[in-house]
Design a binder for this molecule. Structure first.
Ligand code: NAP
Length: 259
């Protein structure tokens, strides 16, 4: 499908690996010029080189922490006149409700609620001026169905979801569409880390932890980052102009709900 966004410019936060990288790949395949970001400069440069070579688009890099005000300022400066913003950052660690202190919540909020809000606050006005823009926030299936050991994620991402529900309707009259993509389990480093943590906690092997988790997914497997990236590119396309404030699950049927 022709997405109609060739020549647009996108900032994809937290995108040297995993789901962010997959979104960057799919946008590049649609002819979108990119600004990529991660904290680790080496992997970021390797990813940028690979995407440039594969798709012939312009790829700039900003090595910084998207959760810090300094990092956000660097990203906003590099983004310039972007048409598309993909918000992403690392997820909070798993744990038990009784162990989390105020500082743990502040960290999770900075990462998974306040950073995306800061990026939208800075970049939405330019999109509104142009009369066209797309924002995709990578959140989690945990906003639809809680993952008990990810209480920090459940809390912070639900806050972002509430913010997007209202704000997406305020910017829609200007041709700017904000939507959220909710990953269930996808084959990235993050899911490896969660399976390792389950294995340690339950005293089982990594393979057993993985098999146990995957047995609850009706599709019988983890999602592929490429599938996630393709959905993101669609949400950034001309075809998604009537989608406002939606929360799209990509979870292989894991959330057992009718709507
Ligand atoms: P991943 O494979 O670990 O990749 C994370 C990427 O983000 C890396 O490029 C990493 O690079 C970058 N990053 C992390 N923290 C950053 C920061 N503070 N500033 C800038 N860049 C940062 O993770 P993923 O699986 O793609 O997950 C992406 C998001 O989706 C996370 O919030 C995760 O919790 C959520 N999620 C994932 C799944 C899943 O199954 N994979 C399910 C539900 C939700 P550096 O480390 O070099 O910065």
């Amino acid at each position: 499908m022709e997405l109609g966004i060739s020549g647009k410019r996108a900032l994809v936060c937290a995108s040297s690996k995993g789901l962010g990288r997959a979104c960057a790949d799919s946008l590049a395949a649609a002819g979108v010029d990119l600004v990529l970001n991660a904290r680790g400069a080496q992997t970021l440069e390797d990813t940028a080189r690979t995407i440039r070579a594969a798709h012939g688009v312009s790829v700039e890099t900003v090595a910084c922490d998207v959760t810090s005000p300094e990092g956000q300022a660097q990203l906003i400066a590099a983004a310039g006149d972007v048409d598309i913003l993909v918000n992403n950052a690392g997820g909070p660690p798993p744990g038990l409700w009784a162990d989390w202190e105020r500082e743990d919540f502040v960290k999770a909020l900075d990462s998974n609620m306040l950073a995306p809000i800061a990026m939208m606050t800075a970049l939405l006005p330019g999109m509104i001026d142009k009369g066209w823009g797309r924002v995709v926030n990578i959140t989690s299936q945990s906003v639809k169905a809680p993952v008990a050991i990810l209480g920090l994620s459940n809390a912070a991402r639900t806050g972002l979801t509430g913010y997007v529900a209202g704000t997406s309707r305020q910017v829609a009259p200007y041709g700017v569409n904000i939507n959220n993509l909710l990953p269930g389990s996808h084959a990235t480093d993050r899911i490896d880390a969660l399976d390792r943590s389950t294995a340690e906690r339950e005293g089982i092997s990594f393979d057993e932890a993985r098999a146990m988790r995957q047995s609850t997914i009706p599709a019988g497997r983890d999602g592929k980052p490429q599938e996630f990236g393709a959905a993101c590119a669609f949400l950034c396309s001309q075809h998604a102009g009537f989608m406002v404030g939606q929360n799209i699950l990509l979870d292989g049927g894991n959330v057992n709900a009718t709507i």
